[in-house]
Ligand binder design. Structure first.
Ligand SMILES: Cc1cc2nc3c(=O)[nH]c(=O)nc-3n(C[C@H](O)[C@H](O)[C@H](O)COP(=O)(O)OP(=O)(O)OC[C@H]3O[C@@H](n4cnc5c(N)ncnc54)[C@H](O)[C@@H]3O)c2cc1C
Length: 302
């Protein structure tokens, strides 16, 4: 049977909830269709140690402040899930869960939203599906013949799953930095990035990024000179675990991974090698790339 709504929002993560809030205020007849069985969107699947870049008050959806998390300046992922669950309840958002939308088709003047659990006819459709459920894995040469485990950020949970193993983290953004910091103590870690990681100063977090991004938007809207925005400051926010990894003792020799030179020639360049706690490690000289692109070590002033 085909159901009707003025607007169908696909996706019940933070973007879908914010859209729902405004649609409700406008008095629009709408429904939110979400593939998950529980609230929280992508935040349900983030790694255990993940913390926001910004204090709670800077992470709020429209209408309702995120309450601070006692003892934490930066709320953790579970806190966000709790907040989103509370938010949709508070505003009584009409969310239908466990609905995977397969297609949106034109249907005369309307749009038809199709899923295995039924279809909806709507005047407008919001797509708020995020990117978490469709992770992008680049075609790195040799990937198909590598016999080890390969996973995307979206599948990573905790360092204990890799304890004592040789692990390469690829990527110099916030996810790469946070996961590298997470794995640094329990694995034989190599962190590989395309260029030298660009850390933001310790006192720059989401609050300042928000202000700087807002100032740029205003400047562009008013046709003033482009201020450069947040990209001019750096990329990696020094959240506490990343900061802590950057102040470790790096004086011990690293274990060498043969993968570094190989990946360096086929795309990304080796950026950082972290010593591990494994005492029986086969010590070898740090690759020269490490001293040029020293990653966490750069923050420790080495
Ligand atoms: C290290 C790190 C730190 C971050 N810090 C912050 C931060 O401080 N603040 C911040 O705002 N963001 C932060 N983010 C990003 C944040 O996680 C995402 O921006 C956010 O989850 C995107 O919300 P969304 O609603 O667009 O998508 P999602 O949260 O991915 O929600 C999309 C929903 O749509 C559903 N869906 C997908 N396809 C379909 C379909 N076909 N049919 C039905 N449902 C579907 C999904 O199941 C999901 O429930 C961070 C991310 C990382 C990795």
């Amino acid at each position: 049977m085909t159901q009707r709504a003025d607007v169908v929002v696909i996706g019940g993560g933070q973007a879908g909830l914010a859209a729902g809030y405004h649609l409700r205020r406008l008095g629009v007849d709408f429904t939110v269709l979400d593939a998950q069985s529980a609230p929280g969107g992508a935040w349900q699947y983030m790694w255990d140690s993940l913390h926001l870049f910004s204090p709670a008050a800077y992470s709020s959806l429209p209408g309702r402040l995120m309450p601070p998390q006692p003892g934490q300046t930066y709320p953790d992922g579970k806190r966000v899930v709790d907040y989103l669950a509370d938010y949709e309840k508070r505003y009584e958002l009409p969310i239908q869960r466990g609905i995977q939308v397969d297609a949106v088709q034109r249907d005369g003047q309307f749009l038809r939203v199709e899923s295995g659990s039924g279809s909806w006819r709507a005047r407008a459709v919001f797509s708020a599906i995020g990117s978490w459920s469709r992770p992008f894995l680049p075609a790195v040469p040799g990937r198909d013949v590598f016999t080890g485990r390969q996973l995307h950020t979206a599948q990573y949970r905790r360092p204990a799953d890799f304890a004592g193993q040789r692990v390469i983290v690829v990527g110099g953004g916030n996810s790469g930095a946070q996961i590298a910091a997470d794995l640094a103590h329990e694995t034989e870690l190599t962190w590989v990035t395309r260029r030298e990681p660009r850390f933001l100063a310790d006192d720059i977090d989401g609050r300042i990024l928000f202000d700087v991004a807002t100032a740029r938007r205003r400047a562009l809207d008013e046709e003033r000179t482009d201020t450069g925005g947040v990209a001019s400051l750096g990329e990696i926010v020094a959240v506490p675990p990343v900061r802590e990894a950057g102040t470790q003792d790096y004086s011990r020799p690293s274990r060498c991974s043969s993968a570094s030179p190989r990946t360096a020639s086929s795309g990304p360049t080796a950026a950082a090698q972290r010593p591990t706690r494994s005492s029986g490690a086969r010590a070898s000289a740090r690759p020269s790339l490490t001293s040029r692109h020293s990653g966490f070590a750069a923050r420790a002033g080495t």
